[in-house]
Design a protein around this ligand. Structure first.
Ligand code: F6R
Length: 614
């Protein structure tokens, strides 16, 4: 949902900012822009509709000199994606330039007030209102930029990460955040600013995560200064980044998505590292151990998440209910936060989020916290907002996920949830030792089994070509495989733009079966662990209506393979672990269909990786 980046120091800002935008492009890619203050004190703003590469093209013969600048890649909220609505936005006098990630909810009221004071507007954005407001306050009170930003933000309702520069002030950038992420990188006599650490890691591993309602002033050659909007001084807390540059590059793969699919044997090992012992007979999850009594005494667990993370949450529900015998409700964060849910102080709320920044999940966390529940986060991005707002949690350790369609983050979330369910069950005595040992041992073998599945990539690519004609798909699964069917369908629709629905296989006959014809491909997860015979009957029903069947089966399967037009085999495993294997061919299948259709796999239309608006 928009990426912002800034630089102040001794180097030329332009190449740093462009590279930063390219790293952040996963957050939004409908337009991009840059503002640079050059040594003649000109404030140059360049903007282009489209991708960062379109901006680079547009800027080619322009003046890009300057050692201070800010830049933005946009995911449109207010106003269509075009050059005028792209950021940075100038203030009326063109003395200030501002970039913004978030939404200013009361922009209409503020805009009216500014119009009455003689301000006029060029764009349809809420952001332009903010830059005009800062200028109005600054000029009316004759105060510094930092003070004007502080007073302006005091009037703002909404979410933002912003950065502002001012003509005649080549030595400062003022930035602030509320609800949208912002991190500052500290180099030698230079500062970097970005929505996440990916544009920064190349230059420094020292970062400061800016807190809620904090304003940071980056002063050339001086120390970082942080204040709250309420004017309280804060001491910057410097953290060390663990990320590496190679994690942010494609490493020879044509897309980040396929790279991330192929990384899963490693990312799942990383998720289990230090948690499942080498002998494969013991799980230690610090997040559980630290809060053991809370988990053992919980009457209910509520899982809240969005999209793919919500699907992982459903699998978590099955595992927690099976092993720990605690009732679990899985809630879409966007519904949960607004529908006056019943939350008790002895409830545990688990918030799942890859980015750790999803606005609805963050709001759900705040709501549950205000009702006294214990909040446990399962997130991927270290230091992001959700883990900083929860009482405790576990990181998934999948590494940076750049492809907009979530793949490795999903399997890492399922791995952590499974480990958590097993630990609670073991400690409560609801999961017996024999089953516990069997599942831990199987869990530790999952990375090797994924490697086996990935060997079928070429074959999946080949038969995926057959289905580019399809307008619709149905995905079916039962038990643990039902959320996998939902996830498979989501992957297909988001990157190939083919409509797809996931259903519990037995629900077919209650309506969707009417859709089946020889035109309709149906993907069925029919593995031997989990209601196999029932799923076989469901497949017979589809076959009888001439549907095209693509099945995911367990190695050695004959019955379903004979009924299917295409079959992908996966190694056998415990029922609760099948999602970790069955998800892989579905990711590959969606990927290859999208590639053959010529879709932009890593940056699908209308989507953004980190949904920091409601
Ligand atoms: C789908 C996808 C989205 C995210 C959702 C939640 O491939 O990536 O559905 O899962 O936007 O994002 P996080 O997990 O960052 O909260």
């Amino acid at each position: 949902m928009c990426g912002i980046v800034g630089y102040i120091g001794n180097r030329q800002a332009y190449p740093i900012l462009i590279k930063g935008l390219q790293r952040l492009e996963y957050r939004g890619y409908d337009s991009a822009g840059i503002a640079l203050l050059n040594s003649n004190n000109d404030l140059n703003v360049y903007k282009a509709k489209g991708k960062v590469s379109d901006l680079v093209h547009f800027v080619q013969s322009k003046d890009t000199e300057g050692t201070i600048g800010i830049a933005h890649t946009r995911w449109a909220t207010h106003g269509e994606p075009n050059q005028v609505n792209a950021h940075p936005h100038f203030s009326q006098s063109e003395e200030l330039a501002l970039i913004h990630n978030g939404i200013i909810e009361n922009y209409a009221v503020l805009k009216q007030g500014l119009i009455e004071n003689g301000y006029s507007f060029l764009s349809e954005t809420d952001t332009e209102v903010l830059v005009q407001l800062i200028e109005f306050i600054k000029k009316s009170n004759n105060i510094s930029l930092t003070k004007a930003v502080q007073l302006a933000l005091d009037q703002v309702v909404g979410a933002y990460a912003i950065a502002v520069i001012e003509k005649g002030q080549p030595d400062i950038i003022v930035a602030a955040r509320k609800g949208s992420p912002l991190v500052v990188g500290i180099g030698e006599d230079e500062f970097f600013l970005a929505s996440d650490a990916t544009p920064i890691i190349e230059y420094t591993n020292k970062v400061v995560y800016i807190g809620e309602e904090e304003i940071v002033t980056l002063r050339r050659g001086k120390e970082l200064r942080i204040k709250t909007i309420g004017n309280v001084e804060k001491t910057p807390e410097v953290k060390k980044l663990e990320m590496t540059i190679s994690q942010l590059e494609k490493g020879g793969y044509p897309h980040f998505m396929i790279k991330e699919i192929f990384e899963q044997p490693k990312t799942l090992s990383d998720s289990m590292r230090g948690r499942v012992n080498v002998e494969g007979d013991h799980i230690t999850l610090a997040g559980f151990i630290d809060n053991k009594e809370k988990f053992l005494n919980a009457k209910r667990i509520i899982i809240t998440a969005c999209g793919t993370s919500w699907h992982a949450g459903l699998i978590g529900k099955y595992a927690i209910e099976e092993f720990a015998r605690i009732p679990v409700e899985v809630e879409y964060s966007s519904e949960f936060r607004y529908r006056k849910p019943v939350i008790h102080p002895d409830d545990i709320v688990i918030a799942i989020s890859q980015s750790g920044e999803t606005a609805d999940t963050l709001a759900a966390v705040e709501l549950a916290k205000s009702k006294g529940a214990f909040i446990f986060g399962i997130c991927n991005v270290v230091g992001s907002s959700i883990p900083r707002n929860t009482h405790s949690g576990c990181y998934t350790h999948a590494g940076p996920e750049i492809g907009v369609a979530s793949t490795k983050a999903f399997t890492a979330q399922v791995t952590v949830l499974t480990m958590l369910a097993m630990m609670i069950g073991k400690e409560k005595g609801t999961l017996n030792n024999e089953n516990y040992l069997k599942i831990v041992s199987e869990l530790s073998k999952i990375p090797e089994k994924i490697k086996e599945i990935l060997k079928q990539n070429d074959r999946i690519a080949e038969f995926a070509k057959t289905f580019t004609y399809a307008q619709n798909f149905i995905y079916l699964g039962r038990g643990y495989n039902f959320p996998v069917a939902l996830e498979g369908a989501l992957k297909l629709k988001e990157i190939s733009y083919i409509h797809a629905e996931g259903y519990p296989a037995a629900e077919m006959k209650h309506g969707p079966i009417a859709l089946i014809s020889q035109e309709m491909p149906v993907v069925v997860i029919a593995t031997s662990a989990g209601m196999y015979e029932k799923v076989v009957s469901n497949i017979q029903e589809i076959k009888a209506r001439k549907g095209k069947i693509i099945s995911i089966v367990t190695e050695g399967d004959v019955v379903v393979s004979n009924l299917s037009d295409y079959t992908i085999s996966i190694p056998d495993t415990e029922e609760c672990l099948v999602p970790l294997l069955a998800a892989i061919p579905l990711q590959l299948f969606a990927y290859h269909i999208a590639v053959v259709k010529g879709c932009n796999v890593d940056q699908p239309r209308n989507l953004a990786k980190s949904v920091t608006v409601e």
